[in-house]
Design a protein around this ligand. Structure first.
Ligand code: N01
Length: 643
């Protein structure tokens, strides 16, 4: 407690000139909030001309004009140099009331009370990392007697390892790959990058000043996870290239027996609790197309990219153009001789000028040195994109516009996205007809675009095929419109995202398997705990994927806090902990009812990996991040069955 907050910034040693240069790059509204921290003076918020005048996704200057921005920079230079010369000492932090005022000021609209505790936690004024659960009251020997197996060392499994390590709980991570990162380890296709702003898509307790791009590419993400793993000493707990095949609950000993297979053969690990952290997108899905195995040339899935195949001068078929194909096409178009993109359904895309942009040196300096700058920048990303972005996805029952749109605001989004697409395609009605989706905006995962996708499609050596694929032959792809000869086929056809925890076999109390218990409707309380499967916790389980904008890392941190509280029940003497039937059913019913009000369930969307075979959606969360954050702060005792 009462340490300097890690978000207060490193002491400033830069010269006046260096500071002035850095200020040219930064988000000015965010800078003003840092000035409030440095001076303890809230009057910066009410100075004439200092205020952001509007909010929009990816608009980080609050639409302030250049004259106002220059004026803020001039004052900021004085504030920062004085702060530097005073030894980078901060006055007492702002009150909760002032924090709320700062939040509302930054996003140009009143921010409700319920967001303030979440923001105070993010700001972490006393450096206590408040999202971490306090284990200090529990005897070390008790903690040492609580071995946990974590399945998967991707983003969430790594987080679980970090937290259990801090808690002093022995753990083993079983990871099928040879390295950390999960989906970021596996998806090494050209052009792979995150499409959630990296300054939010990162661990809350780690610095975020190092990102070189606002939306990092796969190698940088992989390096990030590697570095976090090493810094927290998680690597020595991981069994690489080892898979969990099966786990069986032993009621008598209140223990899971986890069968793993690796290079050394099979082995059974024993654990008081198991945390599954396998993600939803880790089993590649190949399409059911006639002759798929008959092709003579190289053919591979986007998540199993074959780097030994040189695409230079080749004719390439890219089958599938969801989030992966959309990134692959622009990245390889220049290199190949011909690119044939086979897209079954057109995608909506959001204009984002920062999508491929480097983070300027001045921004990185500000993130590293200016008190709470990076935290406020994170909030500026969060507010319009996450909870704020849900409005356009909610169905207005009074709105009747067929498959065009689902509400007035959704219709506005459609108009904006359509203008963005039309403005780039120009006078090519044939292409335009192919690229404008025929379902409401945001109905599938909305892609981020800086123009590179459509610039690729209008190239002479690139062709977009929308006719359905009839077959794959030894020489290429046959559609309803004819045959295309190619040298290489890339399947960017997605994952078995609706088959949760598959293909592991999980046998719970009384010999019931999880797959049988769930049947076609996977249901876990908060997406984490399932009755009949004691001491088994899922991260990124059913009902927790974010389709409306949001960081899954944030969600995982919420889940891990809830799980740690459950583990504390075991440390406190309980043999088992699991969600009650009532809590699970209630959560499932509420989530389903809410999903029915959201665009992703709209009947006009024929193909979507969000939808299960029965047409319903079990993987997505329809909830605001602030709700999920609140519900997972601590388990409600009434929701838990403890034996
Ligand atoms: O997979 P997808 P993905 N015949 O399932 C097509 C995350 N992600 O790997 O749209 C012809 O979205 C299918 O067509 P349709 C993100 O959560 C994130 O691209 O179903 N086509 C579609 O075009 C994303 O949602 C990033 O009609 C067939 C494509 O294959 C998730 O991963 C980057 C077909 C599959 O699209 C999955 O994305 C990449 C068939 N039989 C991925 N079967 C970030 O940037 C399927 N298709 C963070």
């Amino acid at each position: 407690m009462s340490e300097r907050s890690p978000h207060a910034g490193a002491p400033i040693t830069a010269t006046d000139e260096e500071i002035a240069a850095a200020l040219e790059d930064v988000s000015i509204p965010t800078l003003v909030l840092s000035m409030v921290h440095m001076t303890g003076d809230a009057s910066w918020l009410t100075r004439s001309g200092f205020r952001p005048v509007g909010l929009f996704l990816n608009e980080i200057q609050g639409f302030m004009d250049e004259r106002s921005r220059a004026e803020v920079r001039r004052h900021a230079l004085e504030v920062i140099t004085a702060y530097r010369d005073g030894g980078s000492e901060l006055p007492p932090p702002p009150s909760a009331a002032l924090v709320q005022e700062m939040m509302s000021w930054l996003v140009c609209e009143p921010v409700p009370d319920e967001y303030v505790p979440m923001m105070l936690e993010e700001l972490d004024f006393d450096g206590s990392d408040p999202r971490r659960v306090d284990w200090s009251g529990i005897d070390e020997s008790v903690r040492a007697d609580l071995p946990v197996v974590i399945v998967g060392c991707g983003m969430s499994g790594l987080l679980a390892g970090v937290r259990l390590g801090e808690a002093g709980i022995p753990y083993t991570i079983v990871e099928k790959n040879a390295g950390v990162g999960g989906t970021w380890f596996e998806n090494q296709y050209p052009g792979a990058r995150v499409d959630v702003g990296n300054h939010f898509y990162c661990y809350s307790f780690e610095p975020s000043d190092h990102w070189t791009e606002f939306f990092s590419q796969q190698p940088e993400l992989q390096t990030y996870f590697q570095r976090v793993m090493e810094r927290h000493g998680v690597d020595r707990h991981v069994r690489w290239e080892t898979e969990v095949d099966r786990m069986v609950w032993d009621e008598e000993h209140a223990t899971w027996r986890v069968t793993v297979s690796g290079a050394g053969g099979d082995e059974v690990l024993e654990a008081r609790a198991v945390i599954t952290a396998v993600g939803q997108l880790n089993r590649p899905k190949l399409p059911d197309i006639d002759g798929i195995d008959s092709f003579d040339g190289p053919a591979f899935h986007s998540a199993r990219w074959d780097h030994s195949v040189d695409l230079t001068g080749k004719r390439v078929a890219l089958i599938g153009a969801g989030a992966s194909g959309f990134q692959i096409a622009p990245a390889i178009a220049e290199q190949v001789a011909e690119l044939h993109v086979f897209q079954r359904t057109a995608q909506w895309m959001f204009p984002n000028p920062h999508y491929h942009e480097a983070v300027a040196d001045g921004v990185r300096w500000a993130m590293r040195h200016l008190p709470f700058y990076a935290r406020w920048y994170r909030f500026l990303l969060f507010w319009p994109a996450c909870d704020g972005g849900m409005a356009a996805a909610r169905i207005d029952p009074e709105w009747d516009d067929g498959s065009r749109s689902i509400s007035a605001i959704n219709d506005m989004a459609r108009g904006m996205f359509t203008d963005w697409i039309t403005g780039q395609v120009g006078d090519d009605p044939e292409l335009l007809a192919k690229v404008i989706p025929d379902y409401p905006a945001t109905g599938k995962r909305t892609l981020q675009d800086d123009g590179s996708w459509l610039q690729t499609l209008v190239r002479d050596d690139v062709e977009l095929h929308r006719a359905s694929i009839r077959a794959i032959t030894p020489t290429g792809v046959t559609t309803a419109d004819g045959h295309v000869d190619v040298d290489v086929i890339v399947f960017a056809t997605g994952f078995h995202g609706t088959r949760f925890l598959w293909p592991m076999e999980i046998v719970g109390r009384d010999g019931a398997t999880l797959q049988d218990s769930w049947g076609a409707t996977p249901a876990a309380h908060l997406g984490i705990s399932t009755p009949g499967f004691p001491n088994l916790f899922s991260m990124y389980g059913p009902g927790t994927n974010l389709a409306s904008g949001g960081s899954l890392i944030f969600h995982s941190e919420c889940q891990m806090r809830w799980i740690e509280h459950c583990l504390q029940r075991l440390a406190g003497g309980a043999a088992t902990v699991e969600a009650t039937d009532t809590a699970t059913k209630d959560w499932f019913d509420r989530t389903q009812a809410e999903l029915d009000t959201m665009v992703w369930t709209h009947p006009s969307i024929e193909h979507s990996w969000y939808k299960s075979n029965d047409g319903r959606i079990y993987g997505l969360s329809p909830w605001r991040l602030v709700d999920y954050w609140d519900w997972t702060r601590e388990p409600d005792p009434a929701d838990l069955e403890i034996r």
